[in-house]
Design a protein around this ligand. Structure first.
Ligand code: NAD
Length: 495
């Protein structure tokens, strides 16, 4: 096994350029060995959260007036520091989160890459437009919103936080970040490394539970909430934010369909992409394939091929085990939820096919592990099909016609991602264009297939607004139009 460092890591809040101790803390356990305490984080109070918001509000005027090129330079300096620490941080991420070591390294590498690339957006954002013609002078400017509350989930705690920090700060906002209590440690190290490169108060970090969330979403000094998490939490936040009409970007859950047309490639390479797209990070990815629709004519060969590759690739164990590809679920509640969905499907007559190999029975029994499963014979109304599993299980269902596949795939309140698999790319494209999803892949279904040049976000109840791409950065701005007209556009109406 790879060497792991077992010293507890106790993180603090970071407010107005200072590490701040709190009298209340909570512990984070290792999901592979729940008896092992990985470290602790503060359970910040409302007052401490208010102080962080106040620091961000105080820092806003100067930061927003700092030229964007200078902000990019400072953020770029912070970006340069991230890569150096990955060897240490990946171990901490595996211990607190459960994801296997190479997956933790992948997340940190992706976060550092996106953060570094983000600085390059400074030239592409067109924050100021000026039109001068016979109608007069028109200025269409984009300005930062103010203080942003960033609230993030546990599944990709570093990437999802930095996907908010970079665009918000580059466009001139200041921020208070609150990570999930289920993975608070690595992101604290990462966020304070960035914050230390910036003027005090530009990036603040708090931790905790309901009262922190309440303050971050109701405080009148907060102009925008950037939230990634469940739809259930989003409904609370939307209510809290409504009193002061805060702007929101919501990246929420998905129930992402993968449609296999009759002529889909069932080779080992193709199936491997699907297995990774379904089970990476133990299936705890918002955009993972969560329902697989297979044309009835290829159902048997598909199932044999999918199952065979899943059996080879899925090796369940402690994230430090060199052979592990599937770690534990991140927390006990999530494990019990996914177990409940599988049991419900079994109870309703579906077949539950275990896949993959358990590397060490004792670790498996004591940690929050779950044997990966493929579910066949489920009905379209079973919870395993209608709910986001967010775990290592997936139903495989059949359809007869392309129209039926599209209808079933879209028959959900979600609309995050989808995929269409066919050797005829034009046909796949035609089906992809009918998907009610923010992003649709052809012949893959993969986190690795994301392109940061494109906006990422959900249709329907999978979200509001987007992240990434020029559009994602501009979500942290609002228009300020100044018009000095010499003539109007409405006939007969004086300007
Ligand atoms: P969650 O909604 O339980 O928690 C997310 C964050 O909200 C945490 O920091 C939590 O402490 C905080 N929170 C909880 N209640 C709050 C309240 N009342 N006010 C303010 N903040 C509050 O989500 P989770 O379990 O951490 O993450 C899993 C969910 O996130 C899944 O549904 C997944 O699909 C979704 N997700 C979506 C994307 C995306 O890009 N669309 C990416 C990753 C995860």
């Amino acid at each position: 096994m790879a060497t792991k460092v077992n010293t507890p890591v106790d993180v603090r809040a970071f407010i107005n350029g200072e590490h701040v101790s709190s009298t209340r803390t909570f512990k984070r356990e290792n999901p592979a060995h729940p008896d092992e305490i990985v470290g602790s984080a503060p359970s910040n109070t409302r007052e401490e959260t208010r102080a962080a918001i106040e620091a961000a509000a105080q820092a806003f005027p100067a930061w927003s007036k700092t030229p964007i090129a200078k902000r990019a330079e400072l953020l770029g300096r912070a970006a340069a520091k991230l890569g150096q620490n990955i060897p240490e941080w990946k171990q901490l991420l595996t211990r607190e989160h459960g994801k296997v070591l190479w997956d933790a390294e992948g997340e940190l590498g992706l976060a550092a890459m996106l953060f570094a690339q983000g600085t390059g957006m400074a030239g592409a954002l067109q924050m100021e437009q000026r039109i001068e013609d016979e109608r007069g002078r028109l200025f269409i400017n984009r300005q930062p919103i103010g203080v942003v509350s960033a609230i993030t989930p546990w599944n990709y705690p570093v990437v999802l936080a930095l996907m908010k920090v970079m665009p918000a700060l580059l466009t001139g906002n200041t921020m208070v970040l609150k990570p999930s209590p289920f993975a608070p440690l690595t992101i604290s190290k990462v966020a304070t490394t960035i914050a230390e490169e910036l003027p005090a108060g530009v990036l603040n970090l708090v931790h905790g539970f309901a009262e922190v969330g309440e303050e971050l979403t109701t405080n009148p000094k907060v102009g925008k909430i950037a939230f990634t998490g469940s739809g259930k939490t989003a409904t609370h936040i939307m209510r809290s934010a409504s009193d002061t009409i805060k702007k929101v970007t919501f990246e929420l859950g998905g129930n992402d369909p993968a449609i296999f047309l009759e002529d889909a490639d069932l080779s080992e390479e193709s199936m491997r992409k699907l297995v990774v797209g379904t089970f990476l990070t133990t299936g705890q990815i918002c955009m993972a394939a969560k329902r697989i629709y297979v044309h009835e004519s290829i159902y048997r060969p598909f199932l044999d091929a999918f199952r065979s590759v899943a059996d080879q690739w899925l090796r369940i164990g402690d994230g430090f085990h060199p052979d592990a590809t599937v770690g534990p679920l991140n927390n006990k509640g999530q494990k019990e939820y996914v177990e409940g969905l599988v049991e419900d499907a079994r109870h309703n007559g579906a077949e539950v096919i275990p896949v993959g190999k358990i590397l060490d029975e004792e670790t498996y029994r004591t940690g929050y592990f779950l044997q990966p499963t493929i579910i066949t014979g489920a009905s379209h109304t079973d919870r395993i099909v209608t709910e986001e599993q967010f775990g290592p299980t997936v139903p495989v269902l059949t359809y007869k016609t392309e129209e039926e596949a599209v209808k079933l795939a879209n028959d959900t309140v979600y609309g995050l991602t989808a995929s269409v698999w066919s050797q005829d790319e034009e046909r796949a494209l035609r089906v992809a264009q009918q998907m009610q999803a923010g992003s649709t892949w052809i012949n893959t279904h993969s986190l690795g297939g994301l392109d940061p040049r494109a906006p990422f976000g959900g249709c329907k109840q999978s979200g509001i607004g987007v992240e990434m791409g020029v559009e994602g950065f501009l979500e942290y701005t609002e228009f300020r139009v100044i018009n000095a007209p010499t003539s109007g556009v409405l006939p007969g109406v004086p300007v």
